[in-house]
Design a protein around this ligand. Sequence first.
Ligand SMILES: [Zn+2]
Ligand SMILES: [Zn+2]
Length: 348
Amino acid sequence: MEQPPAPEAPMSPIEALRRICFLLERGRESSYRVDAFRKASDAITLITDDELTERVKAGTLKQIKGIGDSSAAIIGQAARGEMPTYLAETEKKHGGPLTTDGAELYAALRGDLHSHSNWSDGGSPIEEMVLAAVQLGQEWMALTDHSPRLKIANGLSRERLADQLRRVEAINASVGDSFTLLKGIEVDINLDGSLDQDEDMLAQLDVVTASIHSKLRQPAFEMTPRMLAAVRHPRTNVLAHCTGRLVTGGRGTRPPSAFDAEKVFAACLENDVAVEINSRPERQDPPDELIVLARDLGCLFTIDSDAHAPGQLDMKSLGCARAEQHGIWAERIVTTWPVDDVLAWAGR
Ligand SMILES: [Zn+2]
Ligand SMILES: [Zn+2]
């Protein structure tokens, strides 16, 4: 993967707005502002270039629904071939690399096994996520929206998942050979360790990323068998954010779940399930000592963004920094592999 390209004027107004959204999301700024710029971007896709030029000249952009003062200024400057001031400022604030550690691993990354769209609790259409992944130099990405029982995150019923799989096929048909969107899911691990989607639907997917979002405070004697059952499920490929901890951020903090990590990671190794290094700053999951444990047991890893917006896709650099810190080489990280190797590993 590559760091996001530095912007150069001239760029189209839509490119400028998209870049601003990317940077704001990456900098974890308020989604309210991002939404406003996305709306403005959507609004100008509906008018012709001639009308846009006319409106910039006449100063009537703001008459279009969805375009406010800031957006009008950005669109106007971009349309005149200038670098929008707002973009230059946002670039200064959020444009640099998130971290310089792990740069070699970051460059070796090809894909992502954990990402969300607005079909569940992400903020952007699948196409926007794909476009951002392509611009970052990714070769593949698994779309892993939530499963039915996670109602708070608008988890996908089997019918909606079936619809989504058709959409993924259509996107792959139009995006060309240099990028593959994998059919995936972030499937909830139920209380009894079963997976929260029908077997026949799981069988249609390229990859299955499994995680726990409920009853995180179970005692270890319940949590361990629950996780073991999920890891041993023949469809499971990735164990995501295994402790569920939150270390910072708007949702507050949460301690890691209690479970027998040695047993769970040994089962991961035995069942060819990768242990996810979740790159989200508020998760940083697994904690250091568990990364070391999984490393020493010989587990495979993934470095995933768990992105809920395009601008969060390159948070993977934070995961790379942690992997490097613990001496995990690229060969052991599934997200550095070519897509065909990933599909073969996933048993597809
Ligand atoms: Zn999750
Ligand atoms: Zn997720």
